[in-house]
Each structure stands twice: as structure tokens, then as C-alpha cells.
Design a protein around this ligand. Structure first.
Ligand SMILES: *Cc1c(COP(=O)(O)O)cnc(C)c1O
Length: 227
């Protein structure tokens, strides 16, 4: 069933967009099934869960961290994570830089913006992002590289609202690309879109869609996870 779902979802992915299979809460067997169907890009939102899955699954998987990241958990993912989508403070970026140094690598990161109307969602606003990028501390960070932005739309049936929030995120990406990241072609990723709204996200310029339940089925949050 995962294989069929993956085939179906893949048939809807626009050119130039990469599909992240969001496997949080799902057992390793489910990821293995997606892997055997050709999927190499997975998203997790808990550091210990990602570590446990990384340990047992094939090493050519690209791991994306998409959840709220606690500074004391970065050490569980720093060695191998391909992209951290959820940078929402200078403090977190500094902590990621520190762990990256230990592994002698540069970790790619996205700035997470708050574009939804819900107050619970994490993320920066434009003024906070600019303050971060203008800070002398940021200029000292050589083991992190910001390659784009991430955001989540409001959880709503209102498609127009979702579209306008994705447009806002895209406009932030464009503004940053033409100011702080001029001459940095690697700053090009726009991570937006989930199972319920990735079609709209792609129409509005997403380059990375994070799709969970449409591939793996509904999640059961009663299953305890490691952190
Ligand atoms: C869980 C999650 C997703 C995937 O959600 P689905 O609706 O299952 O596709 C995408 N992005 C983030 C940040 C998530 O936490």
C-alpha cells in the first residue's frame, strides 16, 4: 500500500519539486517499504527517532529534520542530517553550528517563517529574520549554510487563505534572495506543502513538499516516541 501511495503521490509532483516522505511516528518497516519503492528522502520531527531510524536503515537515505529542534538534541542528528528545515532563532543556528564543527561539516538549514494565522506554529517573522541575518554572531557561523525558507499554512479548508500564506512565504524567499543572499545561488529552497495542501504549494513555487499521511496513512499519536 505504501508503494502504491508513493507511486500515486509521485505522479502528482511537479518538475523541479522534491518529495520528502514524512515518516514520523511510523515504524522502520514502513520506511523500508518506501525505500524499496525508490524513495531516498525522508523527513522526521524528533531527533531521537531520526537517530534510531538512521542507525538501521540504508546509508544513502537523505534525512531532513522538519520539526521543532531542541538545542540539546542536535547532537543526535548533526553527523548525517541533510537539511534542517526549522531554524527559528539565532541561538538554535549557533547551536547547530557548534555541533557541525564537531563533525567537520557544514549543515544546510532553512529559516522557518510563521505565515499561518494560528498562534501555535513556530517560526520567524521578517523583522526577526533580518535581525538574525544582520547580527555579528551570524557572520561568525561558518559551519551552517542557509539555503532557503520553510513554512506551514493554516490548517483550514479555506484554500484561498492557504494560497495567500504560501504566496507570503514565497515573497519572503524572493526578498531575502535579492538582498542578503545575492550571489548565493544555493539559497533557492522553499519548503512548503503537506498532504492536504502540497498541490497549492507547488503552484505557488514550492521546491520541497513534506508529505506524510498521503504516503504512510494516518498517524496514531498515542504510540509513544522517544522524545
Ligand atoms: C507531520 C508534518 C508534515 C506532514 O504532514 P501530513 O499532513 O501527514 O502530510 C509536514 N511538515 C511538518 C513540519 C510536519 O510536522
Amino acid at each position: 500500500m505504501i508503494k502504491d501511495n508513493l507511486t500515486q503521490v509521485n505522479s502528482t509532483i511537479a518538475e523541479g519539486v522534491r518529495l520528502i516522505a514524512v515518516s514520523k511516528t511510523k515504524p522502520v518497516e514502513d520506511l523500508q517499504e518506501a525505500y524499496e519503492a525508490g524513495q531516498r528522502l525522508f523527513g522526521e520531527n524528533k531527533a531521537l527517532e531520526m537517530r534510531d531510524k538512521h542507525q538501521v536503515l540504508p546509508k544513502d537515505i537523505e534525512w531532513h529534520f522538519i520539526g521543532h529542534l531542541q538545542t540539546n538534541k542536535i547532537k543526535y542528528i548533526a553527523e548525517y542530517v541533510s537539511l534542517i528545515h526549522s531554524i527559528d532563532s539565532l541561538n538554535l543556528l549557533q547551536a547547530v553550528n557548534k555541533e557541525a564543527i564537531k563533525h567537520n561539516r557544514v549543515i544546510d538549514c532553512l529559516l522557518q517563517f510563521h505565515v499561518a494565522t494560528e498562534e501555535t506554529k513556530f517560526g520567524l517573522d521578517m523583522a526577526e529574520a533580518k535581525a538574525l541575518l544582520d547580527s555579528p554572531e551570524y557572520a561568525q557561523l561558518h559551519n551552517v549554510r542557509i539555503v532557503g525558507v520553510m513554512g506551514m499554512a493554516t490548517n483550514t479548508p479555506n484554500r484561498d487563505l492557504i494560497r495567500s500564506e504560501f504566496r507570503t512565504l514565497k515573497s519572503y524567499a524572493q526578498e531575502l534572495a535579492s538582498t542578503y543572499f545575492q550571489g548565493h545561488p544555493e539559497f533557492k529552497e522553499i519548503s512548503m506543502g503537506m498532504s492536504g495542501d502540497y498541490q497549492i504549494a507547488m503552484e505557488e513555487g514550492s521546491t520541497l513538499v513534506r508529505v506524510g499521511s498521503a504516503i504512510f496513512g494516518a498517524r496514531n499519536y498515542n504510540i509513544p516516541v522517544n522524545d
